[in-house]
Design a binder for this molecule. Structure first.
Ligand code: A2P
Length: 283
């Protein structure tokens, strides 16, 4: 496994296991234990995934030392603002029950983000959170919020795959040394991506599947990637991308696949309202 170093000096495994939509009270516990057994050392959760308890329990029960496992969670919108964010952070810490959280993100960048960020900076200073970052920031949202931050985000977790390479936001993130984390890194099963001839030809050349070529491209491009799979074989093989490298020319071909378009536009009218109504996190 390769590790990527943040702008605050901490390190993260380049491939992580996401637990979005996996239910609490059993399924997430089993999935995280299986992922750890398969070799994953990076678990990506969120308050709004409603499964922080299971993530924490699996990490504690795994027999693997805490410091060898990297755990991310995220603050939900209802907890934006300084005082409320302190409560949200305390709730995540209590539900995960792992002593500290490796990386904590502003899940959706709307409302009093600056207040929430201040609470996250304090939690980082107190050692409750090791690194802090943001998610779903477009250039417009980045320019609205990040210039107010004292601590620059370690990451911005956004939709990313070879068809949607986020060139504009990456240029801004480069100025602060902020790493990109990819959600939907395989295009969420988009057949036009997985069957793209550039990718299938590379798969044949390297004896890998299309998903592995995509994940290799992402990691080689400096991206932290969070592939989702429910298939035990693919969960395992999606980590098996460190025994080969794409050439510069092949990386160029992959870069040329960018269409600039994804499935989610955080700037679109109504998105903030839709998200605000989507979840209520309870203590
Ligand atoms: P499955 O769960 O059957 O493996 P994303 O991470 O972009 O959301 O994509 C997830 C989708 O990609 C799921 O439908 C998953 O199906 C599929 N998938 C995961 N790994 C691979 C792979 N190595 N090759 C092809 N498809 C994959």
């Amino acid at each position: 496994m390769e590790w990527i170093t943040f702008n605050d000096g901490n390190r993260i495994p380049a491939v992580g296991f996401g637990v979005f939509m996996i239910p609490n009270n059993g399924p997430t516990y089993e999935a995280v234990l299986a992922a750890l057994k398969a070799g994953y050392r990076h678990i990506d959760s969120a308050a709004a995934y409603f499964n922080e308890e299971d993530v924490g329990r699996a990490v504690r029960d795994s027999g693997i030392p805490r410091e060898e496992i990297f755990v991310t969670s995220k603050l939900w919108l209802q907890d934006h603002g300084y005082e409320q964010a302190k409560k949200g952070i305390a709730r995540s810490l209590r539900k995960l029950n792992l002593g500290y959280i490796d990386l904590y993100l502003v899940h959706q960048p709307y409302g009093d983000v600056a207040g929430a960020w201040k609470a996250m900076e304090e939690a980082k200073a107190e050692g409750k959170i090791r690194s802090i970052g943001v998610s779903n920031m477009t250039p417009a949202l980045w320019n609205r919020f990040v210039p107010q931050f004292e601590t620059k985000p370690a990451v911005n977790q956004v939709e990313f795959n070879p068809l949607f390479q986020q060139k504009e936001i990456r240029a801004l993130m480069n100025e602060t040394g902020t790493k990109l984390e990819a959600w939907y890194p395989l295009g969420h099963g988009d057949a036009s991506l997985l069957s793209n001839p550039v990718i299938t030809q590379l798969a044949e050349k390297y004896g890998k599947n299309a998903g592995q070529i995509i994940l290799r491209f992402e990691v080689q491009d400096g991206v932290i990637t969070l592939p989702k799979s429910t298939n035990p074989e693919r969960i395992r093989t999606n980590l098996d991308i460190f025994d080969f490298a794409l050439t510069d020319e092949e990386m160029e071909k992959m870069h040329a696949l960018d269409t600039g378009k994804g499935t989610h536009n955080p700037d679109a009218p109504g998105v903030e309202e839709m998200l605000r109504g989507a979840f209520v996190i309870e203590d």
